[in-house]
Design a protein around this ligand. Structure first.
Ligand code: PGA
Length: 253
C-alpha cells in the first residue's frame, strides 16, 4: 500500500514573517487530514525556522537541493548531513529548474540521491520532458533515459528508496497541466520500467508535478499510478495547499 504524499516546493519564495502564518495555518489544517504524508520544502535559510514551527505537527520537512559531497571546500553548497541537523526527511534532487539553470545531469542527480539515502533522507527525484520532446513523441524515451541515467549513477538500492516525481517541464508554473490521462500514461510507464529493472515498483511513490491546483488535484490523484503531487505555486497559500492535501486524502485505493 502506497500512502498518498503531497510535498510543497516553495522554490525561491518565503520571508520570516510570512512563513510564520503560512506554516501555522498549514499545520493546523494538516492535523485534520488523515492518511496523507505532507511535507514542505522551503529554501535552506528557512529550514531552522520551519523545523521549529513544524515540531510535533506531523508535517515533514524537506530541502530543495543538497550537495553530492559529504563536506569540504564547496563554497555555496549545503551538505546532506547538515540537512539531518534540521530533521529533513526529504530532499528534492534534479528539479528541472536545477537541470536547466544549473546544468545538473542525471549522473550528478544520482550521486545526490545516493548521498541523501546514505544520510537517511528520502530523495524526491524529478524527471520529465520538455514541450519539444513531447511534441516529437519522445516523452517515454526521455523519461526512461533519465531513469537509466539515474540507475547507472545511483544504483538499484538507492532508486528503490526514492520518491520519483514526474514533472513535465511544459506544465511547471505555466498553468498548463498534463491531463490525468497523459500523466497516468507516463506514470504507468515509469512503474513498468522500474519493475523491469528489479526495483520495488509497487512500493515506490510516484508523484505528479506541474500546475497542480485544488481544481485538478482530485482527478490527477485518482489515477492508479499517481500517488500524490509535488506542488509549487499552490503550496504558497495554506488554503490551496490544504485543499490539494484533502484531495489526496479522499482518493480511494
Ligand atoms: P508548479 O511547480 O506547481 O508551480 O507548476 C511544480 C514544481 O516545479 O515542483
Amino acid at each position: 500500500m502506497r500512502q498518498p504524499f503531497v510535498a510543497g516546493n516553495w522554490k525561491m519564495h518565503g520571508a520570516l514573517e510570512r512563513n510564520r502564518g503560512l506554516v501555522a495555518d498549514i499545520a493546523e489544517g494538516a492535523a485534520e487530514i488523515d492518511g496523507v504524508q505532507i511535507a514542505i520544502c522551503p529554501p535552506f535559510v528557512y529550514l531552522d525556522q520551519l523545523h521549529a514551527l513544524l515540531g510535533g505537527s506531523g508535517v515533514a520537512l524537506g530541502a530543495q537541493n543538497g550537495c553530492a559531497e559529504p563536506e569540504g571546500a564547496f563554497t555555496g553548497e549545503v551538505a546532506m548531513p547538515m540537512l539531518q541537523d534540521f530533521a529533513c526527511r526529504y530532499v528534492i534532487v534534479g528539479h528541472s529548474e536545477r537541470r536547466q539553470y544549473y546544468h545538473e545531469d542525471d549522473a550528478l542527480v544520482g550521486r545526490k540521491a545516493a548521498r541523501a539515502v546514505s544520510c537517511g533522507i528520502t530523495p524526491i527525484i524529478c524527471i520529465g520532458e520538455t514541450l519539444a520532446q513531447r511534441e516529437a513523441e519522445a516523452t517515454e524515451s526521455v523519461v526512461t533515459g533519465q531513469l537509466q541515467g539515474l540507475l547507472d549513477s545511483a544504483g538499484h538500492e538507492v532508486l528503490g528508496k526514492a520518491v520519483i516525481a514526474y514533472e513535465p517541464i511544459w506544465a511547471i508554473g505555466t498553468g498548463r497541466t498534463a491531463t490525468p490521462e497523459q500523466a497516468q500514461a507516463v506514470h504507468a510507464g515509469i512503474r513498468r520500467w522500474l519493475g523491469e529493472h528489479d526495483i520495488a515498483a509497487d512500493a515506490l511513490p510516484l508523484l505528479y508535478g506541474g500546475s497542480v491546483k485544488p481544481d485538478n488535484a482530485a482527478e490527477l490523484f485518482a489515477q492508479a499510478d499517481i500517488d500524490g503531487g509535488l506542488i509549487g505555486g499552490a503550496s504558497l497559500e495554506a488554503a490551496s495547499f490544504l485543499d490539494i492535501c484533502r484531495a489526496a486524502a479522499r482518493v480511494d485505493r
